[in-house]
Design a binder for this molecule. Sequence first.
Ligand SMILES: [Zn+2]
Ligand SMILES: [Zn+2]
Length: 63
Amino acid sequence: MAAPLVCATCRKAIAAGATYVRCSVASCNTGRQKLVFCNAKCWQAHVPTARHRKAAYVEENGA
Ligand SMILES: [Zn+2]
Ligand SMILES: [Zn+2]
């Protein structure tokens, strides 16, 4: 069993099998805590706090 995913902005749990959003910036996807978001709105809230110059989001389907 994988560890449950939690939205980095609103801390809501992302249900298994739900579609979630991931930051395209490499530093947000390396290390122990990979950042995931429950939707694009939460990802947008993350961008200014992370000071990304260029950012996009990637939709993932949690199988
Ligand atoms: Zn969220
Ligand atoms: Zn990011």
